[in-house]
Write a new protein. Structure first.
Length: 391
């Protein structure tokens, strides 16, 4: 299937427009990373505490941020996640300490900030553990079990927490919701010793800053190794200039993608690094298709200028590029629109990368070959040698 027949677009004639486009987005990304927003490392890389909070009502993010400020927690990242009807918020608190105890204090500080108006002497039932509930029931013995408390109350405390987490999705709206789980004496006792906040902590992720620094180094090395591998492969399979052109193109794609994350202040997580490495391979594959056609046409069009050969090769592969990139883009766009907050960074990197990777294979990689050829001629050297035949 082909979209175009005998198409003859002068891509190289528009190279200055392409260069201007790439410079604008590359420079904007670099300025953002250096002077404006920096590289927005996620908690995986910088270390810190992620607290996933479920509210009983639509959360007011401004009020949540104000509560964090009053508790002395400066500049936490607060955002809604999941479906709006779920009333879920993600609180990201950076921590500089290295001990697990210090990091755990960050979680407790967030909970304490949201429970600023808690009644004195009472425990929040929405965030109480089964052990805390069990201890309270055993100390007060509302069922007057006497010697049997060691058997009844542990199971009852676990049932209360399981009902909260599994049936009510983490938040009690009223202690009366426990009528099917515990009898009236237990409910009355719980009212005396507990109160209900309007939120419950569903999940906590803690990453130490030392681990985050190690992950940063590993992510950088993975990217560098992939670029070096491409340079070696293409230098062996074609000529070294083809490898250099491909690496420059992939570096261009990576720079613009990371710059876009910096400009939009979207966290770069481990899944985003995985997406970027995927895009390095995807962009390189598109570039190799064009290079392979250039190599074939050099054999068939020996008397033509390299610029004409490159233009012809790009036009000949244009239908394939549109089909492959278009279908892939529709898939990742659906992932971006409907994949939810957890996959937002991953899918955003794929959306940006596929667009830029497809563009750069046409507008950046191939023109580099022509520029190198022109440079050789201007220096009085022989034109670029014909690539080796495929084996």
């Amino acid at each position: 299937m082909e979209f175009f027949h005998d198409v003859n677009i002068d891509f190289l004639g528009k190279k200055w427009y392409f260069i201007a486009f790439s410079l604008i987005f590359s420079v904007a990304g670099v300025l953002s990373m250096l002077f404006w927003h920096g590289i927005p490392w996620g908690v995986d890389f910088r270390g810190g505490t992620l607290v996933y909070v479920k509210f009983s009502h639509a959360p007011d993010l401004t009020a949540v941020r104000s509560a964090m400020d009053r508790a002395g927690l400066r500049d936490p990242k607060i955002q809604s996640y999941g479906a709006p009807a779920n009333n879920e918020v993600l609180i990201d608190l950076a921590q500089k300490e290295t001990s697990e105890q210090a990091l755990d204090r960050g979680k407790l500080q967030i909970i304490g900030a949201l429970e600023a108006n808690a009644p004195a002497g009472k425990t929040d039932l929405n965030n109480a553990s089964s052990l805390a509930i069990q201890k309270y029931l055993m100390d007060n013995d509302p069922l007057h079990l006497g010697s049997d408390i060691d058997q009844k109350y542990p199971a009852l405390a676990k049932a209360i927490v399981d009902y909260r987490e599994n049936t009510l999705d983490g938040v009690f709206g009223s202690i009366d919701q426990l009528k099917g789980v515990a009898d009236s004496a237990v409910l009355a006792s719980l009212r005396d010793g507990f109160f209900l906040s309007d939120f419950g902590v569903r999940h906590v992720e803690i990453v130490g800053p030392q681990v985050g620094a190690q992950l940063q180094k590993q992510a950088a090395l993975a990217t560098v190794y992939s670029l070096a591998g491409m340079l070696v492969y293409l230098g062996f399979r074609f000529e070294w200039i083809y490898g250099v052109a491909a690496v420059i193109t992939v570096f261009h794609d990576t720079l613009i993608t990371v710059g876009a994350f910096s400009l939009t202040k979207t966290d770069i997580s481990l899944t985003v690094i995985a997406a970027i490495l995927t895009l390095i391979g995807y962009s390189n594959n598109d570039t190799i298709v064009v290079f392979d056609r250039i190599r074939e046409n050099i054999k068939l069009m020996r008397r033509e200028k390299l610029s004409e050969i490159v233009n012809r090769s790009i036009n000949q592969t244009l239908s394939r590029t549109i089909l492959t990139a278009g279908l892939t883009f529709l898939t990742v766009l659906a992932l971006f629109l409907f994949g939810g907050e957890v996959l937002h960074g991953f899918s955003l990197a794929l959306v940006i990368g596929i667009l830029i990777g497809t563009y750069s294979s046409i507008a950046i990689a191939a023109p580099i070959l022509v520029a190198y050829q022109d440079w050789r001629i201007s220096r009085g050297k022989r034109p670029m040698a014909m690539p080796a035949k495929a084996k």
